[in-house]
Design a protein around this ligand. Structure first.
Ligand code: BJ8
Length: 439
């Protein structure tokens, strides 16, 4: 069906339909070239291919149907959003467009050039009215994580309602107390939007749904990385499935991810790999990959490497923890459990953030990876600065690491590929030397 069928709806939500169709055409072409050309993809990817074709069509129609029933639609750029509450209210909580370079020149008419591309791209989508998710949202969830985001909400709010949640930068008792209050306030804001009080049961149900989604993603993560001798799915497909988890209906999505995992389990048993034996297996650490930012994965996997997981917010940081519902009999306890779960997120906006480093070292050991890429978006100060501490810890453990800082422009693709190629060569050499020594 695609966007053509939904032209009327898309225009009714204020989208620039012509520009949007052009951008969708570019996105689908990029998907076709980078994804559909891969060999031996799992059958289960067919659903996600279909979803891509309906990403700004059928799915947008579903969200607007919910809105017509007075259910909330909340757009976000951060995993601190307590999505359990939105899902509990029967609504949709989703990630907004922010991974394309095309909207950045428009954003730079209001925002400075030297801030992270994610913020500029997202801002530009709103100015251009070319993201159907933004246009369909009752409000955008903003947070006080990094400086650039925090200040840009004030400007974005002039174009679209933004609800800002105050996320502390430390995790002391007084910070956590305030965090819990912020979650309560978020819940009240959702009630204002829907005009209806949310019951404890509804919120618990929303929590169950989101917990199940995260469990399915954790299962996929293990299948991608925990079997050193088999790579049953490419890193690019793994990333894409994860990215779609921020857009799709959570119940349908969980079912489809679990179906894909059933197939991958069989592939592991039968030793069906999408890459040749001895392909270097890399973990990627750092900032999130908002679609269609597939640049690094494409560069690595067309150069002889494989990415086995992402330690980012569109990745392991998102699904590593769940909300404990055991013994939750009242709203106050539930709010506390939500706060506990969200405050376990190890975003670089916190100081200190040492649990992130311990976690990275453990993940590396568990997956028996061959190396890591520390990836940051340009001008992301928190992840860039924290990179020093992370790489120092990696070096101490003798873990090979390549640091890449990039934006969304295609200009540095060649340079990234050259650096990845050299890194992979050194990993292959080390692997061979290790095998020789152990003979
Ligand atoms: S929880 S990582 S999603 S804040 S890349 S906009 S930090 S300058 S995206 Fe993030 Fe939430 Fe943290 Fe995760 Fe700023 Fe850095 Fe840009 Fe970033």
């Amino acid at each position: 069906m695609g966007v053509e069928v939904h032209k009327e709806l898309l225009s009714s939500i204020g989208l620039d339909v012509e520009k949007h169709a052009k951008m969708m055409g570019m996105g689908l072409e990029a998907y076709q070239n980078q994804f559909l050309s891969q060999k031996n993809r799992p059958e289960g990817m067919k659903y996600f291919d279909w979803f891509m074709s309906e990403i700004q069509g059928e799915r947008i129609a579903e969200i607007n149907k919910l809105r017509a029933e007075k259910k909330p639609a909340v757009g976000t750029f951060c995993i601190f959003v307590p999505e359990e509450i939105v899902v509990g209210a029967g609504g949709a909580c989703y990630g907004l467009c922010g991974g394309s370079p095309v909207t950045i020149p428009d954003a730079e008419t209001e925002l400075p050039r030297n801030i992270c591309p994610l913020i500029k791209s997202a801002h530009g989508f709103k100015l251009q009215r070319t993201c159907a998710y933004t246009q369909s949202s009752d409000f955008i969830y903003g947070e006080t994580t990094c400086e650039a985001k925090k200040k840009s909400w004030e400007i974005l709010d002039k174009h679209h309602p933004v609800h800002v949640m105050n996320i502390p930068h430390m995790k002391r008792e007084k910070d956590l107390k305030m965090w819990k209050e912020e979650i309560v306030e978020f819940k009240e804001h959702i009630e204002e939007v829907t005009g209806k009080k949310l019951s404890l049961e509804e919120m618990k149900e929303g929590t169950r749904i989101v917990n199940e989604k995260r469990e399915a993603l954790l299962r996929l993560d293990a299948l991608r990385g925990m079997n050193p001798e088999v790579l049953p799915i490419s890193g690019k497909d793994g990333l894409f499935v994860t990215q779609m988890g921020f857009l799709d209906d959570p119940v349908r999505y969980t079912k489809k991810v679990n179906e894909l995992c059933d197939e991958l389990e069989k592939r592991v048993e039968e030793k069906i790999s999408v890459f040749p034996e001895n392909t270097p297996r890399l973990m990627v650490l750092g900032t999130p990959f908002a679609p269609p930012n597939w640049k690094l994965h494409t560069a690595v996997e067309t150069t002889g490497g494989a990415i086995i997981n992402e330690e980012s917010c569109i990745g392991h940081r998102y699904y590593k923890d769940n909300v404990d519902l055991k013994g939750v009999e009242d709203e106050d306890t539930l709010m506390g459990r939500l706060m506990e779960r969200y405050s376990d997120i190890d975003c670089a906006c916190f100081t200190p953030n040492t649990p992130r480093i311990d976690k990275i070292l453990q993940m590396y050991k568990d997956r028996k990876a061959d190396g890591v890429i520390y990836y940051t978006l340009s001008f992301c100060h928190t992840y860039n600065v924290e990179g020093h501490l992370v790489t120092e810890a990696l070096e101490k453990e003798g873990i090979p690491c390549l640091v890449i800082e990039s934006d969304y422009s295609p200009e540095d693709v060649g340079q990234i590929k050259t650096r990845v190629e050299a890194f992979l060569e050194s990993l292959t050499f080390k692997k061979k030397a290790k095998a020789f020594k152990s003979k």
